[in-house]
Design a protein around this ligand. Structure first.
Ligand code: ADP
Ligand code: MG
Length: 473
């Protein structure tokens, strides 16, 4: 009897008793190392792994091992230690794996010991439930209720193709990009839903870039960065929503880079969404951007009038509400750039009419649409602000951003910073970066200066008022 034969026998027993996916995830990576007397030593990839086995499979292992080695069987885990995080970004293959001697041995005979082991999973991802990873998908966001139009045809069909052959098309990664409320999250979920239907054995995970970042930061705090990486490397279809959130976060980008490479090399599918095309992404490392471009970047554009009408009609049909065509056309005509707002307006209309027991009239539609359209206008970008201010002072944006200290240019720049603070949610630092690479203190100073000058200088007050009008009209 050798370690290998004993372990192989155990494995076939285990395999018969648990789901295939769980078997592949948790048992295939285990390597039998040695057998001495009744003690079998096996190597597991990480501490997390060992704890997971202890928590979920210790009884099963006990039965299997007792069958092979008798009542006095013992199991020893050897944990492969990887070196500490942070020192080097290339942690995977290059690091000499140092084998630490056993950290835990369990007497398999003393069953009371097992219940005493009260292990807490150091790596709690809300997604994990009894080994089955909850995919975190929103089932309402499926292909059936994603309406096709010219604005989304490419993105939709690429997504569909990916969902039929995850990892098997050249669309890997698939990057879906486009403005707010145009259906990125919807399509990304639709891919996941279809994959799960067609390939129930595949592990699918949808996660926002923001949540991914939080988990990563937590893992660093708790000293289990490698477990974090390991977890993500087990996923077959990884969907990360809003990757622009990774901007400026180099640690997260680094860890994602490694996870991405691993998945890609192993033929796993990666789906990403972003509010901009890769060329326009800022503060994302070059090596990551170049990988984003490996597969397909598909844009979701603003829907045309016909598509907007069908989206509204589809929504009404699903909710069993009737609405006159005139009203539908009116809403579709006026809300153009954001499908979420299009739906929002329809929902408000339905709510208003049912609360107030009023007919949905065109006048009511006008009032509601106006509210939405006004709100939309406020969502102006820093780039647009710079453009408006430059136009107003008849200079180009490069001049406005330049390092010059000429007074009228400095003032224009300060006004651009002031309005960016006023009309966007951007931080002082990111406003500074966008307006000629200044720091946050410069932006703060600009805002104060504009406040003061508007108070003391009549001419300047007029600039502020004129510009304000241009932004709010
Ligand atoms: P994004 O992630 O791009 O900001 P979402 O995917 O959240 O946008 O979409 C906003 C809303 O619009 C969602 O309720 C979604 O279901 C809906 N939506 C977007 N595109 C379509 C479409 N082509 N057909 C039907 N509904 C859509
Ligand atoms: Mg979204």
């Amino acid at each position: 009897m050798t370690a290998v034969t004993v372990w192989n026998n155990c494995l076939s027993f285990v395999k018969d008793n648990i789901q295939l996916q769980a078997y592949k995830t948790w048992f295939e990576p285990i390597i039998p190392i040695k057998l001495q007397d009744n003690i079998l030593s096996v190597q597991v990839p990480s501490k997390f792994f060992y704890e997971w086995l202890e928590e979920h499979y210790v009884k099963l292992l006990k039965v299997a091992l007792t069958k092979e080695l008798g009542k006095d069987a013992k199991l020893v885990y050897i944990i492969r230690m990887e070196n500490k995080f942070g020192s080097d970004s290339s942690f995977t293959e290059k690091i000499p794996s140092e084998y630490k001697p056993k950290i835990k041995s369990q007497n398999l005979d003393a069953s009371s010991n097992f219940s005493k082991v009260n292990l807490t999973n150091p790596f709690i991802i809300p997604g994990i439930k009894n080994l089955k990873i909850d995919s975190q998908l929103n089932l309402n966001y499926n292909f059936e209720n994603f309406l096709e139009g010219d604005s989304n045809r490419l993105a939709r069909s690429a997504s569909y193709a990916v969902s039929k052959r995850p990892g098997g098309t050249s669309f890997n990664p698939l990057l879906i990009f486009g403005g707010v409320g145009l259906g990125k999250t919807h399509l990304a979920n639709a891919i996941g839903i279809n994959v799960k239907q067609a390939f129930p054995e595949k592990t699918v995970l949808y996660i926002s870039a923001e949540k991914f970042t939080q988990q990563y930061v937590d893992s660093v705090k708790k000293n289990n960065r490698n477990d974090f990486i390991h977890f993500y490397q087990l996923i077959d279809v990884l969907i990360i929503d809003d990757v622009q959130f990774f901007s400026g976060k180099s640690g997260t980008q680094d860890v994602f880079f490694h996870i991405f490479n691993h998945l890609h090399q192993n033929g796993k599918q990666v789906v990403l969404t972003s509010d901009k095309a890769p060329v326009d992404m800022q503060e994302i490392e070059q090596r990551l951007l170049s990988r984003f471009k490996w597969g397909l970047s598909a844009e979701l554009q603003t829907p045309d009038y016909e598509t907007r009408i069908s989206i509204i009609k589809n929504k009404l049909a699903r909710d069993g509400v009737e609405m006159e065509d005139d009203i539908i056309y009116y809403v579709a005509k006026h809300i153009k750039t954001n499908i979420r707002e299009l739906e929002g307006a329809i929902i408000s209309l339905m709510a208003q009419s049912s609360f107030n027991k009023k007919q949905i009239t065109i006048d009511l539609a006008k009032v509601i649409v106006e509210k939405f359209v006004k709100n939309t206008k406020k969502e102006i970008s820093i780039d647009q602000i710079q453009k408006v201010v430059s136009d107003y002072f008849q200079m180009d944006v490069n001049t406005l951003q330049s390092k010059t200290r000429k007074r009228h240019i400095v003032q224009a720049r300060q006004l651009a910073m002031f309005f960016s603070k006023k009309f966007t949610k951007a931080s002082l630092a990111s406003i500074g970066t966008k307006i000629g690479h200044r720091d946050h203190a410069t932006v703060l100073h600009a805002c104060k200066t504009v406040d003061n000058l508007a108070f003391t200088d009549k001419q300047f007050r007029k600039y502020v008022d004129d510009l304000d009008k241009r932004f709010t009209d």
